[in-house]
Every structure is written in C-alpha cells, then in structure tokens.
Design a protein around this ligand. Structure first.
Ligand code: OVV
Length: 308
C-alpha cells in the first residue's frame, strides 16, 4: 500500500479470511483463529469487517511503532472517528498521535514516574500480602473475582484518590471502553447502550474537587498549575487512568493464574524458583492475549492502528 491508499504491487495477494475475531464464539477458543491469522500471511484482509490485519509479531510491532503511517487519532478500534462520532470524547493519550500525544504522555510519565512508583510500591505489596493471606485462609476461591478483581480494587482506586462510593462502576466502565473498540456488533452496541450510569460516574469523579490530595488524580490536576496541561485536559487524563489502569491489571492477574493452572509444569517451575515470577507473568499475559492489529487504508474502512 502507498500513502495515497493505492494498493502497491503484491497487495492483490493479501489473503482474504472469513474469520471474525470479534464474535462471541471466537472468545470460547481463540487460539485456532489466531493461528489462522498468523499462518495466512504477514497481512490479511477480514471480509467480515473490511479491515486489514496483522497478527505476526514483526508486523504488529512495525504497525504499532509507526504512528506517522498508522495513526491513532482517528480511533484505535474499528470505528473511524473521521466518519463516525466517537461514543465518548477521545482519549488524549490513547487516541492521539505525536506531537499531541507526546505532550500528554510526558505528563502521565511524570505523574507515574519510577520515583512515584517506588513510593507506592510498599503499599501495593502490603495489600497483596494481605489479600493472599486472606485467600489462603479460605482454601478455595474464585481467582477472577476474589483475586484478579479484588486485589487491584483494594488498592488502585485509593491510589487515584477516588471516594469510596460508586467504585462498583469502575470495572463495568472499563469493560465498555474495551468492548467499544470492537465492530458494531451486539457486544459493542449493548455495552454502549448501558454505559450512561458508568460514564456519569467517571465524568464526575475525574473533576479536581472530587480527587483526594496526594493521589494520582490530584497529581494530574496539579500539572494544570505547572502550565503543562489545561484545566479541560486534566479530567480527561484522569479518565485514562480510570479507563485503562484497572481492568488491564485485572486481566493480567487473571491471565497469569489461568495460565499457571493450565500448565502445571510451569507452575511447578515457578514454585521452585520465584525469580521466574516476572517473566512468568509477562509470558502468561502474552499467551492469553496475543495481539492482533487491524487497520484501514485511506480508501477503506477502519481499524486498530488506522492508516492515515
Ligand atoms: C491504553 C488505553 C486503553 C484504554 C483506554 C485508554 C488507554 C484511555 O486513555 O482512555
């Protein structure tokens, strides 16, 4: 493909696939479809949704690291913000390209710097110990609700500075955010149709006067006083933490436990050598969520890293 959207030599051979990686049946057993997407070629075309896709590491990496060609500002889901109204005001960090993204990213990098992480680390570790001790007492528990969800919920909203009331909206809100990246199927339409109370909660709690002093939320708003962002931008950056800070952790922990349960030999290796923990976690997350990236050309419809 070229910048003008004209297919370059060889693109006629891009294989067309009839698979739907957004269908409910796909989620029941995604691995064969992931394999088909990878094996079909470096670039594939999904007839169902009229998007190009890449599922191999090299191409996914290349697409995600070339924002000049594959932009995010027109959305990173299947909906093209140039053609459809976004379901919420676009994220200033996710749905932005350099140089706009560079500026907001710098603000979040400052608020979530290694120095700050060092300061909160002990609190997060103590809460994790507490959670594990409580679960060990129970002997049997649901690893998703009682660990993967309960642990981040016990610490992250406090770190942000959210009040206690209404936190039950957090996971449902994140769920809407991620389902909204998909195509206009039942999953997406239903999620958006039911999102109003979750959106209202998030919009309200992102305001400066709602966030406890010392939390990440207050730190983002303090960047307004430094002249780094405007008072209009600050709540949207807080929203990014609410959108992407919790359920990614939930999914990561859930995927790690699920993976270790499915591969007992790996679990045993980890028990024998705790220094493997970091790699085991990364590998489990990778295994459970192999990345595919979808994109459009200037002449075709839509995608995850959209071609501008
Ligand atoms: C990385 C990510 C995922 C989902 C939402 C957002 C970011 C956001 O900025 O809202």
């Amino acid at each position: 493909m070229t910048a003008s959207g004209t297919p370059a030599a060889g693109s006629a051979s891009v294989p067309h696939l009839d698979v739907d990686p957004f269908d409910m049946t796909f989620f029941a057993d995604p691995y064969p479809t992931h394999e088909r997407l990878r094996e079909a070629g470096p670039v594939v075309y999904l007839d169902k949704w009229n998007v190009y896709g890449v599922a191999r590491y090299a191409e996914v990496h290349a697409v995600l690291n070339d924002p000049a060609t594959f932009c995010s500002s027109r959305g990173v889901g299947l909906s093209d913000f140039k053609k459809e109204t976004p379901w919420r005001p676009p994220s200033l960090i996710l749905e932005a390209d350099p140089p706009a993204h560079t500026r907001t990213r710098a603000v979040l990098s400052k608020v979530l710097s290694p120095t700050v992480m060092k300061q909160v680390r002990d609190r997060f570790a103590a809460a994790a110990e507490e959670r594990v001790d409580a679960l060990l007492d129970k002997r049997s528990f649901d690893a998703i609700t009682d660990l993967a969800e309960a642990y981040p919920l016990s610490i992250f909203p406090d770190a942000l500075g959210l009040k206690a009331e209404g936190r039950e909206h957090l996971i449902p809100y994140a769920s809407v955010v991620f389902n909204a990246f998909g195509p206009p199927n039942e999953l997406r339409q239903q999620a958006i149709a039911r999102s109003a109370p979750h959106q209202a909660y998030v919009a309200e709690q992102c305001q400066r006067d709602k966030l406890a002093p010392g939390g990440f939320g207050a730190c983002i708003h303090a960047q307004v006083d430094e002249g780094a962002i405007t008072a209009t931008e600050a709540p949207l950056l807080v929203r990014s933490l609410l959108s992407a800070g919790l359920d990614t952790t939930v999914n990561g922990i859930g995927a790690a436990v699920y993976c270790l349960a499915r591969f007992p030999d790996q679990w045993q290796r980890l028990r024998d050598d705790h220094s493997l923990a970091r790699n085991a976690f990364e590998e489990a997350v990778r295994f459970e969520s192999p990345v595919q990236t979808f994109f459009r050309t200037t002449t075709r419809r839509s995608a995850r890293a959209r071609r501008c």
